[in-house]
Design a protein around this ligand. Structure first.
Ligand SMILES: Nc1ncnc2c1ncn2[C@@H]1O[C@H](COP(=O)(O)OP(=O)(O)OP(=O)(O)O)[C@@H](O)[C@H]1O
Length: 211
C-alpha cells in the first residue's frame, strides 16, 4: 500500500468554544482527491486551514510525508498550494503581476509560463490590465491560473468553483482530475456536485461527524 502523503491523527477543531469535529483520522495518498462536504459552518474551511498549517488544531496532528506539519514550515510552500475562498488577488496589480508574486512564494515563474497559464484559464488579452477591472469569475480564474504553473503536488482549494461559468467549472473539474491521475493530490470544498472525478475520489462529510 502507498504510504500517505497527507495524514491527520485524532484531529480536533474547536472555534469560539464550539467543537466542530474531533478524532478525525484521514489518510491521503498520491492520486487521491478528497472533497470535504457539509453544511455551512460545519468546519470545512477550518479543516483546510489546519491541513495547510494556517491554524493550530485543538488536539491531534497533521502530517505531511510522515512528518508533523509544524516541523516543516520552511518546506510547506514546496509541498502544498493553498488557494483560499477569497481569490487573494490584488486589485491594483495585473494578472501577470499577481501571478509573479504568488509564484515567488514557492517557484518563481517566467513571463511566458505565466502568459500560457493565463491563456489556459481563458484570460488571453487580460494579462496586463489591473485586476480590479476584471469580473469576479475572471479574478477567480487569475487565482486558478496557478494550477497551470509549476505547482506543488498537494493542492488545497477552498470553494475553487465559486463564480466560475459552466465552461470554467468543467475545465477545472477536468484539470483537478488530471492532476490526481498524474500522481497529484487535491483536497477541496465545494457545494456543487462534481461531474468529473478521478479514480481516487472520495468524500468526507463533516455534517455527519458533527460533535
Ligand atoms: N475567524 C473565526 N473566528 C472564530 N470563529 C470562526 C472564525 N471563522 C469561522 N469560525 C466559526 O467556525 C465555524 C466553522 O466555520 P468554517 O468557515 O470552517 O465552516 P464552513 O463549513 O467552511 O462553512 P461555509 O460552508 O459557510 O463556508 C463556524 O461556526 C464559524 O462561526
Amino acid at each position: 500500500m502507498t504510504s500517505p502523503y497527507l495524514e491527520t491523527v485524532a484531529l480536533a477543531c474547536e472555534r469560539d468554544w464550539r467543537l466542530l469535529f474531533e478524532r478525525l483520522d484521514l489518510q491521503l495518498a498520491r492520486g487521491e482527491m478528497l472533497q470535504v462536504a457539509g453544511p455551512n459552518g460545519s468546519g470545512k474551511t477550518s479543516l483546510l486551514r489546519l491541513l495547510c498549517g494556517l491554524m493550530q488544531p485543538t488536539a491531534g496532528e497533521v502530517r505531511l510525508n510522515g512528518k508533523p506539519l509544524a516541523s516543516q514550515r520552511s518546506e510547506l510552500a514546496r509541498n502544498l498550494l493553498w488557494i483560499g475562498h477569497a481569490a487573494g488577488i490584488k486589485g491594483l496589480l495585473t494578472p501577470e503581476e499577481n501571478l509573479r508574486w504568488l509564484c515567488a512564494l514557492h517557484q518563481p515563474a517566467e513571463r511566458d509560463a505565466i502568459w500560457e497559464a493565463l491563456e489556459a484559464v481563458g484570460l488571453r488579452g487580460f494579462e496586463d490590465v489591473p485586476c480590479h477591472t476584471l469580473s469576479a469569475g475572471q479574478q477567480r480564474r487569475v487565482a486558478l491560473a496557478r494550477l497551470y504553473l509549476d505547482a506543488p503536488p498537494l493542492w488545497i482549494l477552498d470553494e475553487p468553483f465559486t463564480a466560475l461559468d459552466k465552461q470554467g467549472v468543467a475545465q477545472l473539474e477536468a484539470h483537478l482530475a488530471a492532476h490526481c491521475e498524474q500522481g497529484g493530490l487535491v483536497v477541496f470544498t465545494t457545494h456543487h456536485t462534481m461531474g468529473q472525478v478521478p479514480a481516487g475520489y472520495r468524500e468526507l462529510d463533516l455534517g455527519q461527524r458533527r460533535a
